[in-house]
Design a protein around this ligand. Structure first.
Ligand SMILES: Nc1ncnc2c1ncn2[C@@H]1O[C@H](COP(=O)(O)OP(=O)(O)OP(=O)(O)O)[C@@H](O)[C@H]1O
Ligand SMILES: [Mg+2]
Length: 355
């Protein structure tokens, strides 16, 4: 198993910094997901690791070997890296077997060994018996499995995935997440996986690297990223968040611009600072009668949407609308007065964003 180290990586296109000082270690056998909005540098990072892009500065190491640095770069075919892309990039005029065998033939592997390895890998990806099938007669999900088989048959030290499931329908996408994860764990191949789908990232990742404009915003397990976002960007990009403008009145007490006094667990902001409070829709308790406890707030029901497993509830609090989510769903009547309760520990504070 191989460790991948990305060390102070910078990549420019002309004067534009697509990757701006990114450092990241992927431990042997680990699956790390790069998550972030379009254009934040996920694919570029992956392409640098693959050797498809020269690096501007910094270096990339696979195990003990420096494969990219300003003094030189090992070509992609010498890196023992497998790649799986969004477009399956399977060869349409070849059978499944030939698609998977292609890389082995290039390496002049012995025929009988090719037979063995291709069949073993097809079985691994759930395509046993499909060898002689025309690629064009496979579904999208099956084609993506061929692409996966083609990558792992070469026994790479590292697997790179770039949005491999984006072309599949929602059900299949969900199913393939588990398959890829299970296979990656079984084979123990160190993997870097790019997606902009936060649920996919949470399901599949050992750790998530959240990227924003070429920089790392936060690295952590799925729960850390969701529960304790390092920045306002992270809090808003992963999951839903209500944002309320406020001022710090005392350590652990804030006052919203609507005049609501709230207790919060964060105490390191200076008294008088302008802050934004963020909390998630499912973190707010909703009650018909005034409950006891801290941060009990009066509100009025504006709109309710039944979403099956939960209800989306919009309430009016002073001048603001808050979005709440109730699971199991409870369909509060419109116009009803309700009581909300927000635990101090669920309120995250960030410096007020300049608007
Ligand atoms: N060859 C290139 N020449 C110039 N700019 C580039 C090149 N490749 C990427 N970029 C720019 O670098 C930035 C990062 O691109 P990248 O493809 O890494 O984004 P991404 O995070 O993968 O986005 P997406 O989710 O849309 O795939 C973008 O602003 C992109 O326009
Ligand atoms: Mg991309």
């Amino acid at each position: 198993m191989t460790r991948v180290v990305i060390d102070r990586l910078v990549k420019q296109f002309g004067s534009f910094r697509a990757i701006d000082d990114v450092s990241l270690t992927i431990e042997p056998g680990e699956l790390v997901v790069l998550l972030g909005p379009s254009g934040c540098g996920k694919t570029t990072t992956l392409r640098c690791v693959a050797g498809l892009e020269d690096v501007g500065s910094g270096e990339i190491r696979l195990g003990d070997e420096v494969v990219s640095s300003t003094s030189g770069s090992l070509p992609p075919e010498k890196r023992a890296i497998g790649m799986v892309f969004q477009s399956y990039a399977v060869w349409p005029h070849m059978t499944v077997f030939e698609n998977v065998a292609f890389g082995l033939r290039l390496k002049k592997t012995h025929r009988s060994e090719i037979q063995d390895r291709v069949h073993r890998v097809l079985e691994l990806v759930g395509l046993k018996g499909f060898g002689e099938r025309d690629i064009s007669k496979l579904s999208g999900g099956q084609q993506q499995r061929v692409a996966l088989a083609r990558a792992i048959v070469l026994e790479p030290k590292v697997l790179l995935f770039d949005e491999p499931l984006s072309n599949l329908d929602a059900k299949l996408r969900e199913h393939m997440r588990f398959e890829i994860r299970e296979l990656q764990q079984r084979l123990g191949i160190t993997s870097l996986y790019v997606t902009h789908d936060q649920q996919e990232a949470m399901v599949i990742a050992d750790r998530i690297v959240l990227m924003d404009s070429g920089k790392i915003d936060q690295i952590g397990g799925p729960q850390d990223i969701y529960r304790t976002p390092a920045s306002r960007f992270g809090a808003e990009f992963v999951g839903l968040a209500n944002v309320v403008a406020a001022t710090v009145k005392a350590p652990g007490t804030v006052q919203t611009n609507d005049g609501l006094l709230l207790e919060c667990a964060t105490t390191h902001f200076e008294v008088g600072s302008a802050v934004d409070l963020l909390f998630r829709p499912e973190e707010v308790g909703v009650f018909a009668e005034q409950p006891s406890g801290q941060n009990v707030i009066e509100a009025q029901v504006e709109r309710v949407y039944f979403l099956g497993n939960l209800a989306d509830l919009y309430v009016r609090v002073g001048q603001a609308d808050w979005r709440l989510q109730l699971s199991p769903p409870h369909l509060w009547p419109r116009g009803e007065k309700v009581w909300l309760r927000l635990a101090p520990g669920d309120i995250r504070l960030f410096p007020r964003k300049a608007s």
